[in-house]
Design a protein around this ligand. Structure first.
Ligand code: NAG
Ligand code: NAG
Ligand code: NAG
Ligand code: NAG
Ligand code: NAG
Ligand code: NAG
Length: 298
């Protein structure tokens, strides 16, 4: 069973990344520090061995007692990504947010979210190219490095909960105004289905196209893959791994607190290893395209 699902996931990953040339174009060796960083699809340095059925007994039920939530202090560095920040807020990544290597990312995202290497790598590998740590052996990154916008690697416009860089202010922190627009588009839906996700994404991109003079075709093309993956992650992690039906209560708690919703009864899934969120992201993408098409024919 593992063989076929892993194969399916790999095929899907290959087609998903091939469908997003603008994102992949950034996968060049442009790190000023480490000349030989691995690229997507190169798993020579990867620790691909961790999956749900190898989760040690002591991590089957996760809790605040094991990994207490402590908000970041003034000297702790954080990223634009709520998932990465949450891992650091619980000490699964270093709480100071400094010098995180691929093994730490792999272990923490698997431990916290049951995320496989392939999925984590879609963000962490490009992210490594923004490193300012000066450390190459192994390569590391400070979480705040992931805010880099030039050259463009992972940080993007049209986020669910962050304001576009075009409008200035702090990059990559929860923006109440933007988050309110997302919540308004989710109004009436306790479950974020693929349809709800696709409609919201389309509206979000339409909004940036109308209001953000820097939301060029290139920026839009680049932002698409990370935006889709984030939706895929959110609704599978906090919902149903098969259907992608995300639980809004859990998602809202997670985004607003950057804290694991363990107190609401949530636990990382134990059943699935393969990066199902990529399949879900692909499906949201297809619905989004059909919405745009329907609009164009009206
Ligand atoms: C990843 O590593 C496995 C062996 O560990 C190998 O069979 C597979 O082909 C590798 N995949 C890629 C994309 O390099
Ligand atoms: C992968 O993780 C195992 C522990 O789970 C460790 O022993 C091994 O050294 C790691 N491999 C690499 C390539 O980092
Ligand atoms: C993963 O993280 C847990 C919790 O911090 C730690 O106990 C474990 O040793 C780590 N495993 C690896 C292979 O790094
Ligand atoms: C808008 O885009 C221009 C050209 O790429 C860039 O120089 C400028 O910094 C951007 N402005 C903001 C606020 O992002
Ligand atoms: C997602 O798409 C795949 C094929 O691309 C399909 O097999 C699967 O049923 C779809 N899942 C959902 C929830 O639509
Ligand atoms: C979402 O999760 C919360 C907390 O576990 C639960 O109380 C609620 O019933 C769930 N909502 C739906 C619509 O299933």
């Amino acid at each position: 069973m593992h063989t076929s699902t892993t194969f399916l996931a790999f095929v899907h990953l290959a087609s998903l990344t091939a469908a997003f040339p603008s994102y992949m174009r950034r996968q060049t060796n442009n790190s000023p520090i480490c000349p030989n960083l691995p690229t997507l699809g190169d798993n020579s340095t990867a620790n691909n061995t961790r999956h749900a059925d190898s989760r040690p007994e002591e991590f089957r039920i996760m809790s605040e007692e094991m990994f207490p939530f402590i908000p970041p202090g003034p000297n702790d560095l954080r990223s634009p990504c709520p998932a990465v920040n949450t891992l650091a807020n619980h000490g699964m990544l270093p709480r100071d947010g400094r010098n995180v290597d691929l093994n730490l990312f792999t272990n923490a995202s698997w431990l916290g979210f049951n995320m496989g290497y392939d999925t984590m790598a879609l963000i962490a590998l490009p992210g490594m190219r923004s490193s300012t740590t000066g450390n190459c052996n192994p390569p590391t990154v400070h979480l705040s490095d992931l805010k880099q916008r030039v050259p463009k690697l992972v940080e993007h416009e049209a986020s669910l909960s962050r304001r576009d860089a075009f409008f200035g202010g702090a990059i990559g922190t929860l923006d109440q105004e933007q988050w309110s627009r997302t919540l308004a588009r989710w109004e009436g839906h306790d479950i974020i289905t693929l349809d709800v996700a696709a409609k919201e994404l389309k509206a979000r991109f339409d909004w940036s196209r109308e209001n953000n003079a820097n939301f060029t075709a290139d920026e839009e093309e680049f932002s698409r893959l990370p935006s889709l993956l984030q939706y895929g992650l959110l609704i599978t992690t906090f919902g149903n791994m098969e259907t992608g039906d995300g639980n809004k209560t859990l998602i809202k708690y997670f985004i607003e607190n950057e804290r694991m919703p363990w107190s609401l009864g949530w636990q990382p899934t134990q059943e699935l290893y393969f990066p199902n969120n990529q399949l879900v992201a692909g499906n949201i993408s297809a619905i989004w395209d059909s919405l745009v098409e329907a609009e164009e024919t009206c």
